[in-house]
Design a protein around this ligand. Structure first.
Ligand code: AMP
Ligand code: GLY
Length: 416
């Protein structure tokens, strides 16, 4: 098969690395790809949102399957367009992707179908929203309704912070249209975990759970980022919690989307808080998580191409998982998520057998691969335990200690 992966981040590099292992793959393409994907795939310079360009390329290159990484093209209707052209695509339609594209839609959907989540109200009027904050008090969570690249969520510790967040979103229009409607929700306490599943209509095949670390610095301190590292599986999330989440969150969501005439094909991702009252949904994503994908896929025994073709054909892919753990640590540009410099030379070394490097914000130049974004790459490792995997990853990470251009968290997958 000729396969096209749409996207340019660590998630897509990880997908490419798994797809490359399949003997079903003839040619592998990434659009637009990044500085690392060229080792495994042909990068074609087409933007993720240039759907016409992608359709044209898929026809020209006789692509048999397209896998979409990021959310923006899903919400722009990439799956609908590919389907209309009879091109196979593993991704939800625009209607189904609304579960990620609109937080108010997702919250109303969860309420209607009794999927556990934080209590909430939706607002289109800033004064009414502020009034609600006055009544509810803090801590409280303010969320822009639309897509905001993971930056549209403010966990406000004080009423003042919540009111400032409302001003940012609704008055200053910091997220443009995405923030004209907001959701204000109850602050949930507990440990977070992510559970992704391969989904086709009513069929739901969950993966291993993972835990993402969104804060920039050790001990979950500092500003929120796109994710500074992840590990899988998650020892404090028991089989009973997972079974409950599979049934009451993922299966129920897939079935309810069918009822709503929004049948889902692709990856359904639930971000959850394991509260004293059981797991509650923080968010749904309608795609592979980043960086969860980078630590979950290396634990999958199956051929990823076979899994996706089985799921799309309505067959059970019979997922099998290694009895091991995976830890992935993000190396970021110093200053991220604030301002940072690009074009720093990346000091790669040869990864040991169980260690791997997934690139994200990188660029290939004549002098070597250089940084080209905030989150530059992820160093991952598989081991017999989380501790063992973390030790392998951190051994490799020492190569970054000789430069102050980069930083990484020292506590991913350790002392869990
Ligand atoms: P999101 O962009 O929806 O994944 O939210 C970003 C982060 O904000 C999450 O990973 C949580 O750590 C936090 N968060 C979101 N909603 C809540 C909530 N209701 N209670 C507590 N923390 C939350
Ligand atoms: N890791 C969170 C996300 O992919 O949105």
């Amino acid at each position: 098969m000729n396969i096209l992966v749409v996207g340019r981040g660590g998630r897509e590099h990880s997908l490419i690395m798994q797809l490359e292992k399949s003997n079903k793959v003839d040619k592998l393409y990434a659009a637009p790809g990044n500085g690392g994907m060229g080792q495994h795939a042909t990068c074609v310079d087409i933007n993720e949102l240039d759907i016409d360009g992608l359709v044209h390329f898929a026809k020209e290159a006789a692509i048999d399957l397209t896998i979409v990484g990021p959310e923006a093209p899903l919400n722009a209707g990439i799956a609908d367009r590919f389907q209309a052209e009879n091109l196979a695509v593993f991704a939800p339609t625009e209607k189904a992707a609304l579960l990620e594209g609109s937080k108010s839609f997702a919250k109303d959907f969860m309420k209607k179908y009794d999927i556990p989540t934080a209590k909430y109200e939706t607002f289109t009027d800033a004064e009414a929203a502020k009034q609600y904050i006055e009544e509810q008090g803090a801590p409280i969570v303010v969320k822009a309704d639309g897509l905001a690249e993971g930056k549209g969520v403010i966990v406000a510790e004080t009423k003042q912070q919540a009111i400032e967040a409302i001003d940012h979103m609704m008055i200053e229009r910091k997220f443009a249209e995405a923030g004209t409607t907001i959701v204000i929700e109850e602050f949930l306490e507990g440990k977070e975990f992510s559970l992704m599943a391969f989904v086709h209509e009513n069929n739901v095949y969950p993966m291993m759970p993972a835990r993402d670390h969104k804060r920039a610095y050790d001990n979950d301190e500092g500003p929120n980022t796109g994710g500074m590292g992840a590990f899988a599986p998650v020892p404090d999330i028991t089989d009973a919690i997972l079974e409950y989440t599979e049934q009451v969150v993922l299966q129920k969501a897939a079935d309810s989307l069918m009822e709503e005439d929004r049948p889902f094909t692709g990856i359904l991702y639930a971000g959850l808080m394991n509260t004293a009252d059981g797991p509650k949904v923080i968010e749904f994503n309608t795609r592979f998580g980043d960086p969860e994908t980078q630590v979950v896929l290396p634990l999958m025994k199956n051929d990823l191409v076979q899994v996706i073709t089985d799921v799309m054909a309505g067959n059970d892919p019979e997922l099998e998982w290694k009895d091991e753990a995976c830890v992935g640590v993000v190396v970021a540009s110093t200053g991220y998520p604030g301002t940072y410099k690009k074009d720093a030379l990346i000091p790669f070394s040869e990864p040991a057998n169980n260690t791997f490097v997934v690139q994200a914000g990188t660029k290939k130049t004549d002098n070597g691969v250089v940084s080209n974004g905030g989150r530059v790459l992820l160093v991952g490792a598989v081991g017999g335990s989380l501790d063992a995997a973390a030790q392998f990853a951190y051994e490799y990470l020492h190569v970054f200690d000789s430069t102050d251009a980069f930083f990484y968290r020292k506590d991913i997958g350790t002392n869990v």
